[in-house]
Design a protein around this ligand. Sequence first.
Ligand code: ADP
Length: 160
Amino acid sequence: MKIAVCPGSFDPVTLGHLDIIERASELFDRVVVLVMTNSAKHCAFTVEERIALLKKCVCNPKVEIDTYSGLLINYAKEKGAVAIVKGLRAVSDFDYEFQQALINKSLFPGIETVFLTARSENMFLSSSMVKEVCSLDGDISPFVPKEIVKDIYLRCKGDN
Ligand code: ADP
């Protein structure tokens, strides 16, 4: 069974993330969406909340949601994953992602990093953009799954 891990902060999950998760599930037998705890990043939602939001909008039986606070590659090894799947939006993502992929490959040569290009309509979409639009009272419904629009408004509206 070929397992892939889709890591990220998902603070909160957007339609861009969901697209990558769904496409990964067509390429692999099982996909683990891994909510990473990154102390350097200030998150609007706790890990538990981010998981709950993901669970509200991911209902693919091939996809599981998990969390990890250690080194991604150690999780991938323990899980028996063959790939880390990342979404690439623009050139700006590339430098960082390429560096991560090279480090992960040297730490664990048994794993591949697979990059899926973002759909053109999601190229500009990020969790931080969603939070910013929401805090300024903009309409976030074109960017996030409808199941979680209300949750995001409750947390981020009027945050500016
Ligand atoms: P961000 O980079 O917005 O903080 P995450 O850390 O949660 O988001 O990203 C998790 C993964 O999802 C990364 O591989 C990232 O490149 C990808 N991703 C994020 N937003 C999009 C998008 N709009 N389209 C495609 N992939 C995306």
